[in-house]
Design a protein around this ligand. Sequence first.
Ligand code: BGC
Length: 359
Amino acid sequence: MNRCLNWLTIILVMIPFAVLVACEKEQVSSETEQTLPTYTKEADGSNEDPIKIGFSMDTLEEERWLKDKALFQEELEALGAEIEIMIANEDAALQIAQVETMISNGVDILVVVPYYTETTAAIVEKAHSAGVKVVSYDRIITNANVDLYVSFDNELVGAIQAEAITKLVPRGNYVYIGGSITDNNAILLKKGVFQVLEPYIDRGDIKIVYDQWTDDWNPDKAYQNMLEALEKNDNQIDAVIAGNDGTAGGVIRALEEKGLAGKIPVAGQDADLAAIQRIVHGTQTMTAYKPIRELARKAAELSVALAEGERVEVDSNINNGKIEVPSVLLSPIEVHKDNIEETIIADGFHSREEVYDSK
Ligand code: BGC
């Protein structure tokens, strides 16, 4: 009898308890359903997960790329986006592998500074098959369906170099120390330079006595090439146009060894601090200054817009061998010793102390 009572008590207590637990469970599961994160990117950018941008850089060798890295990150963060950065250190295969990693890490957009303009096309295919759009930053990726290109007008960079130097030296023996042949910018720069030089060459006023690419934009190689140019021409050189300030530095080192620095005009690009100091000291004539903040801002705004599925309006297209790539091309600015203050210093690109307090 007692045992029967015990069982009855257990049953009477357990049934309502079981009902209670079942109801709770039901409630929990319906709550869970309601709060499951739905990943939608709102047009106003108020999506729950921030946009994630993968930034694949070729190198940090030249001073400018450190600025690009910091400023692009700053601009993206100001827009509420996240960034993952990988540097390929001038290794085409590593760059592809790094991009694959970023795609599997779930980036929404890839922004790429290609090392090797041609082999990087594989990156675009891989990204597209994962539904990720690709923005070419500063250097274009050739023969690929690149979604957007943001850069400076590289032909114009070459043109302003040649215009500045021909103004000073309208006749004479010219040396061209180009950039790296693996970089499409090097080709565009040369095109811009030679478009300006052509009429002078045709008239016989200017003679190109040496013309060489510089592997990996390496200043030591530019130095070697400049020594070779001097030797081949018995030092009879009147002007030098170099692909960038790094290579111009190599050129000027060779000229210094021959006691010719400051006597032969030299053009570069990038407004590296060392180049601006050389301009102040008279061993370099000019540089094509590219305000990197503008590039970083434009690239950040447009990458986020692309990630949000917006239509991006641009005013030019660049043919990359496969398609007309929608492009934004910013303008370079000529900097020589008389306008450093209102360009480089006014923009905070380098401080007055850095520029003038050097030995
Ligand atoms: C960039 C230059 C840079 C060079 C070497 C080019 O693609 O436009 O600014 O100096 O690469 O890194």
